[in-house]
Design a protein around this ligand. Sequence first.
Ligand SMILES: *Cc1c(COP(=O)(O)O)cnc(C)c1O
Length: 307
Amino acid sequence: MRLHHQTPFVISTALSVHAGRTVGLKMEALQPSGSFKLRGVGHACETYRARGAQRFISSSGGNAGLAVAYAARALGVPAVIVVPETTSDRAQQLLRAEGAAVIVHGASWQEANAEAQALIGAADAFIHPFDDPLLWEGHASMIDEVAAEGFRPDAVIVSVGGGGLMVGVIRGLQRNGWGDVPVLAVETAGAASLAAAYAAEERVTLPAITSLATSLGAKQVCAEAFDLRHRHAITPVQVTDAQAVTACARFLDDHRILVEPACGAGLAVVYDMPERLADFARVLIIVCGGATMTAAQLAAWQQGVPS
Ligand SMILES: *Cc1c(COP(=O)(O)O)cnc(C)c1O
C-alpha cells in the first residue's frame, strides 16, 4: 500500500519566464494531507504498523501531525496528537477531522512533546517530524517521480526545517544517479538552524525561532542533515519572512495554489534572487505545501499583521 499520491510535475511558464531559465515544480502541496510530509510519514506509519504498532503518537500541530492523522485513519490505527496551547483552532479542527485524538498540553512545543513522550507505551509508535530514516526513504520517492518524468535538474531548491525533506531529496537524487546535482537549502531568517550549523561547523541549537514560517522552526537540524554536507553539494540560502509571504501571494496568482511561508521561502529564491540561479539552466523546486494556510492569513501577513 502507498498512502501518498503521485503528484504533478509541471514546468512553470510564469517562473521560467521570470527567472530566465526552466523552472520545474514538484507539486507536493497537492498531497491529500496538504504537504510532502505524507510521503515520509506514510511510509513510517505503514512500517511501524507492519511491525505491530497499535497506535501512533505525534507532537506536531502542523503538517507532520496532519500527515500522521491522515495515515492513521487510512491504516485504521488510532492516532494521538499532543499539541501546545499555541496551536490554532483551525489546525486542531483539521486534526480532529482526520479522526485523531487531540490533546492540548503546555505553553510550548517542548511541553507538548514531553507529554507525548510520556504517553508512549509498548504498542505505540512515536512518529518524528523529521529525524527518522523511514521518513527520508518516503520523501525520496518524490525524486523518483521527477526522474520518471525525464527532467534532470541542474539544481534543486528545498525548504529546510529539521532537514528531513532535504535528506530525503538528496537520497532520491543519489539513487537516481544525480549525486552531482547541487541543493539550495532555503530557510527564513529567524529559523536558519542549518545555515547556523554549517557556519559554525557544529550542530548548534538556535536560542529561539523568530520567523513566522513555523514549519521551518526546528531549533536544531537532525544529525544526518548536518553530516550530509560532506557527501553532497548543499548551499544554505536565507530569505526574509516578508519575501516568503510575498512569494506565497505571487505563487497563488501564478499557479492558483495556496502554500504557507515555509514553502514560499523556496519560491522566493526564484522570485526575488534569480541571480542565485545563474549557473543552472534547469531548476527543480519542491513545492512542499502547507495545510493550515488560509487566504485570510495570507492577506493579514501581507499587511504586516502578526499571526
Ligand atoms: C515540515 C515542512 C518543511 C520542512 O521540512 P523538514 O523535514 O523539517 O526540513 C518545509 N515545508 C513544509 C510545508 C513543511 O511542512
